[in-house]
Ligand binder design. Structure first.
Ligand code: F6P
Length: 326
């Protein structure tokens, strides 16, 4: 197997706090190991349209603490087509890049898998998404920071919810995964979490209102995972209006607030360890794997597993929220 001499690094999909720490780690570990580094702008778009620049150690100075991504990011439609990927491959070769490190979520790593299979390119992925919805890893880069942002926001909402004795529906992101809602609810002491994973199991809203509220509690906070199928928190508010008119519910949608901010120490450490491991993986001849973390140990997860084997959220985890809010 040919030795990797030059890597391209890109961030793709939704940005996540800690992506910069990952870019820094990848760049410096690669340079430390004698490789050239090319920073690719705007995700796969930069490969397709040749927006790249040589990266040096100083290119990644003073970014470990910054949210967002210095490389910019995008969801590139052109890369979905075979013509777009051919263009990307030609540009990559012309630049002398012989391996890629892709930092992103589900869609970005699925794109990496297809590209790697089509052109036989060594690609290593890093799980960069606040959603924590990739298989084979206990956590993704950005998830811890987003959780902390949610907790900070809910603590504030609790003050007004208590004062007005109201029911608040706080919508969080997750891209059809309920981890931010579930663990945000546990960490903020919320009364319930409503997650897409349980959508077909039970009527979570009816269950909450009929059995979930302690009668002596006059206010409640429910974390609702975004869900286009049900309309998320706004959809639930409408249902409350129609089916449980005795409740005066208010909705707060946290939205993109959850994607910003300086990464927590946990995310910086995770990103740094994973970024350095991506270079070790390429040196070892690993290809088409995502770096994951399992029980504190870094592991290699094939792209096919990372993008298809999701964690599940069961009623036992949701019961913790219920039990601890009596
Ligand atoms: O995947 C990250 C994420 O923030 C999801 O939680 C959310 O559904 C989606 O991206 C929003 O994407 P956009 O910023 O393109 O609206």
């Amino acid at each position: 197997m040919a030795q990797v001499k030059c890597i391209g690094v890109l961030t793709s999909g939704g940005d996540a706090p800690g992506m910069n720490a990952a870019i820094r780690a990848v760049t410096r570990a690669a340079i430390f190991n004698g490789m050239r580094v090319v920073g690719i702008k705007r995700g796969y778009y930069g490969l397709v349209y040749n927006e790249m620049e040589e990266f040096y150690s100083k290119s990644v100075s003073n970014i470990i603490q910054q949210g967002g991504t210095i490389l910019k990011t995008a969801r590139c439609k052109e890369f979905v087509t075979p013509e777009g990927r051919k263009q990307a491959f030609d540009n990559m070769r012309a630049e002398g890049i012989d391996a890629l490190v892709v930092i992103g979520g589900d869609g970005s790593l699925s794109g990496a898998r297809i590209f790697a299979e089509e052109y036989d390119i060594p690609i290593v992925g890093l799980p960069g998404t606040i959603d924590n919805d990739l298989g084979g890893t206990d956590s993704t880069i950005g998830y811890d920071t987003a959780l902390n942002t949610i907790v900070e926001a809910v603590d504030k909402i609790r003050d007004t919810a208590t004062s007005h004795e109201r029911l608040f529906l706080v919508e969080v992101m997750g891209h059809m995964a309920g981890y931010l809602a579930l663990n945000g609810a546990i960490a903020s002491g919320a009364e319930a979490a409503i997650v897409p994973e349980m959508e077909t199991e039970i009527d979570q809203l009816a269950d909450l209102i009929n059995h979930g509220f302690r009668k002596s509690k006059n206010s409640a906070i429910v974390l609702v995972a975004e869900n286009p199928a049900t309309g998320g928190a706004l959809g639930l508010k409408q249902r409350i209006k129609e089916e449980f008119p005795e409740y005066d519910a208010r909705v707060t949608i946290l939205g993109h607030l959850q994607r910003g901010g300086s990464p927590t120490a946990a995310d910086r450490i995770l990103a740094s360890r994973m970024g350095a491991q991506a270079i070790t993986a390429l040196k070892e001849g690993q290809r088409n794997v995502m770096i994951g973390i399992k029980n504190g140990e870094l592991v290699y997860v094939p792209f096919s597993k990372a993008t298809t084997h999701k964690h599940t959220i069961g009623s036992a985890e949701l019961d913790i929220v219920k039990m601890l809010s009596i």
